[in-house]
Design a protein around this ligand. Structure first.
Ligand code: ACM
Ligand code: ZN
Length: 762
């Protein structure tokens, strides 16, 4: 046999082997985000070291090289422009395919990948990564047809690298992971009060001073002390211009645009610390190490030099970031210094501005003119609507979708990033079981349920919705482990929400993909959260049977919830939850989600402590706040306790100075104590009561004071819950009056809420 014949035979054998469509697929096929159209057939195709990768131009060739570098055991030598009939992969540019879209055809003989743009090829390769078995070294793909394109052109994720600094390597890692989920915009929040994170050559003090703060990482974020300008900063860091170039290039090769955010006029204490001359009063300040509210050290728009500085900064920024959009922040400026500043007042007089809202609008409009003169588009938080929106501006709607709605009505483009759906710094499970977070509650299913186009928008408004973005603010994101925990798996829900056509989105289907997703995240070594498997409990008082009905829930439809009481162990043979559990006495419920006889997530321990005010009528003077009305009048006597998530529907709240609650025990009852459950989250303006008085009455008209508890204000950087007990001599009574006094005006300014859950009478 001659050598050529030998070689052909060998090739034939390899080819036949490669085309063996009986090869078992090792797993179920799941792709996230769900493709627009996908038909899976029987059979498989195997990509091996002699599979030809056919390309006919440079873009196709680059895509081929990306494919080859994505998997082990392949080499660049496989790329060719020869055609063949068997065992090949062909990349082909097809002009009719939408931007970022792709078509993937896999038969036992070949794989065809078509797209109109490089990003389409990149996304096809991400789909292929997910089609491949997790562990196997063999690259076996199912035969199928996929036609896929994104629903929205803006699929964003924001990293706050100011409140805590993250190394360049972590940013690059995050870019890889965004590409995996077909996201295309990385918003880098580079500037905030607590750190300036980008080198600006013309203003070196921005990073020499502004990038470092006194290390108070051992203290709670909101209890950190004010730093003097003379104190040397040791916590921090920044990206050099070379780092930024590397990040931008790396992202671009992966289909991702990096959009910088250069905050103004507020959230810039780090810049004012470096250059006080750009603030109104020009008083030197230290870079804050933690929570700062309200934000008053802001840029002065009365001085021309401020605009010169910002234009210089933006010129360097635009050199580094080719992104069409430049984010200028614009949020949360407290303008008290502008009111007192002669330069600002002069500016307002000359420009005919009626108030400081219009002065902010002047500020942003001026920056918008500058950016648009350079061919860029200004984007800002929804506060830029206040005082009048700049002509060419795009709005990022964070305080719900309202700002996006308004901007789109005015004919502006919008990106939706509402805090109550897409702020990944909020809790994704019961706060007591989670790492310390910002508050709020954004579980996986809630991210999934968001719809960027609001129903009440007109067709014209909907055209302005570019897409959606999730934000990870990093006050409580102290390291990469916590960052991963907060991002995963919620980024997967984000990706399907913003990529997949509306009629293909289904939480039911998505929830079936969670197990395989977690296997992949395990394989990638990502520290993801399993809170989606946690059980949540709520209760209802049945007024006729006088029982407490406890409902157990899990986000995943038809998941197996098991529970046990008190000392009974919780395991796979514990009771299976099917309908609300009826209770009449103090009980510890233990519950978890089970699958294949093992508990998937944390066990929830719910201690339901019965007391004499359970289910009793309570009247309130004044009535509780409409936004925090719990389950209504019965909230404080329903046994279920509020968690550190003050939106959990178990809290009643008041902004009033004094609250009076009267409990009617219905008949004379022997009691000796009242315990008042309260929450404090000072950063959110929630404070413990400073005084509580219990009075008792037999007839409901004449009350006698039974006890009082004074509790002076103490600084507290954490969200905390405490039961305040007022005990007294045992006595028979029917009416219990509880007076609760609000701190009223907290030391750092702003309003004060009191949050109460459960008034326990014993
Ligand atoms: C923001 O969360 N202040 C945009
Ligand atoms: Zn000023």
């Amino acid at each position: 046999m001659n050598a050529v014949l030998k070689l052909s035979l060998l090739l034939l054998i390899i080819t036949l082997w490669a085309c063996d469509n009986k090869t078992e697929l090792p797993q179920e096929i799941t792709v996230i985000p769900e493709p627009a159209e996908m038909t899976i057939r029987n059979g498989s195709f195997q990509l091996v070291s002699n599979t030809k990768i056919i390309t006919s131009d440079e873009i196709e060739k680059q895509a081929a090289l990306l494919l080859l570098s994505s998997f082990n055991g392949l080499s660049d030598d496989q790329v060719t422009n020869d055609t063949t009939k068997h065992n090949f992969v062909r990349f082909e540019i097809e002009k009719d395919i939408a931007d970022e879209g792709y078509e993937l055809e896999i038969t036992p003989e070949m794989m065809s990948i078509k797209a109109s743009k490089p990003s389409g090829f990149i996304y096809a390769i991400q789909t292929i990564r997910q089609l491949l078995p997790i562990e196997s070294k063999e690259l076996i793909l199912p035969t199928l047809t996929i036609k896929d394109e994104p629903q929205y052109p803006w699929r964003g994720f924001m990293l706050d690298v100011s409140r805590h600094f993250f190394e360049k390597e972590y940013v690059l890692k995050t870019i890889d992971r965004m590409t995996y989920f077909k996201l295309n915009t990385l918003h880098l929040h580079l500037i905030d009060d607590q750190g300036w994170r980008i080198e600006i050559k013309k203003y070196p003090k921005l990073t020499e001073i502004g990038a470092f703060r006194v290390d108070q990482e051992d203290k709670p974020w909101d209890a950190r002390l004010v730093n003097e300008p003379s104190e040397k900063g040791t916590y921090g860091g920044f990206y050099t211009q070379e780092d930024i170039k590397e990040i931008v290039q790396y992202a671009s090769e992966r289909g991702i645009t990096v959009m910088p955010e250069i905050e103004m006029p507020a959230h810039v204490t780090s810049a004012i610390a470096a250059y006080p001359e750009f603030s109104c009063q020009e008083i030197p300040v230290g870079v804050p190490s933690g929570g700062l509210w309200p934000i008053t050290d802001i840029y002065c728009p009365g001085k021309e030099s401020t605009f010169q500085f910002l234009e210089d900064v933006l010129n360097e920024v635009m050199e580094l970031f080719p992104s069409k959009y430049i984010h200028v922040g614009g949020d949360e400026a407290t303008k008290t210094n502008w009111e007192k500043c002669k330069d600002c007042q002069k500016r307002m007089a000359i420009e005919g501005l009626d108030d400081t809202a219009e002065l902010q609008s002047y500020f942003i409009k001026r920056m918008e003119r500058f950016l648009s003169s350079k061919g860029r588009i200004l984007i800002g938080w929804d506060e830029i609507l206040e005082g009048g929106l700049a002509p060419g501006a795009t709005v990022m709607s964070w305080r719900g979708t309202k700002g996006g709605w308004e901007a789109s009505e005015q004919g502006h483009d919008v990106v939706m990033t509402p805090g109550d759906y897409l702020y990944f710094n909020q809790y994704q499970g019961e706060p007591d079981y989670e790492p310390l977070a910002f508050g709020g509650y954004v579980p996986l299913s809630r991210v999934y349920s968001f719809e960027p186009m609001v129903d009440s928008m007109s067709a014209e408004q909907k055209k302005h919705v570019l897409g959606a973005q999730a934000n990870l603010w990093s006050e409580f994101i102290v390291d990469e482990q916590i960052s991963e925990y907060m991002i995963f798996p919620r980024i997967a829900a984000l990706s399907e929400m913003v990529w997949t056509p509306k009629d293909k989105k289904s939480w039911d289907n998505f929830s079936k993909k969670i197990d395989p997703l977690f296997e992949r995240l395990d394989h990638m070594g990502i520290n993801y959260s399993k809170s989606v498997f946690a059980v949540t409990a709520s209760s209802k008082y049945d007024t006729t049977s006088k029982e407490l009905l406890v409902t157990l829930k899990n986000e995943i439809p038809s998941s197996e919830i098991r529970y046990s009481f008190n000392d009974e162990p919780l395991n796979a043979s514990s009771l299976k939850y099917t309908s609300p559990i009826s209770l009449k006495e103090t009980t510890l419920i233990k519950t978890a989600v089970f699958k294949d006889n093992v508990a998937l997530g944390d066990t929830l321990y719910k201690n339901l402590i019965f007391h004499k005010a359970f289910g009793k009528k309570m009247s309130y003077k004044p009535k509780y706040n409409k936004s925090y009305a719990g389950i209504g009048d019965l909230t404080l006597g329903n046994i279920i306790r509020g968690s550190k998530n003050f939106h959990d529907g178990q809290w009643l709240a008041w902004l009033d100075d004094e609250v009076e609650i009267i409990i009617d025990l219905e008949e004379k009852t022997e009691i000796s104590a009242v315990r008042i459950g309260a929450m404090e989250t000072q950063a959110a303006g929630i404070f413990y009561p400073i005084n509580m008085i219990v009075s008792l009455s037999e007839d409901g008209s004449i009350y006698k004071k039974a006890g009082e508890l004074k509790r002076p204000f103490k600084e507290n950087g954490f969200p905390t819950i405490e039961d305040f007990e007022i005990s007294f001599e045992r006595q028979n009574t029917r009416y219990v009056k509880v007076m609760i006094q609000n701190i009223g005006s907290p030391p750092k300014g702003g309003g004060a809420f009191i949050f109460i859950d459960e008034i326990m009478v014993e």
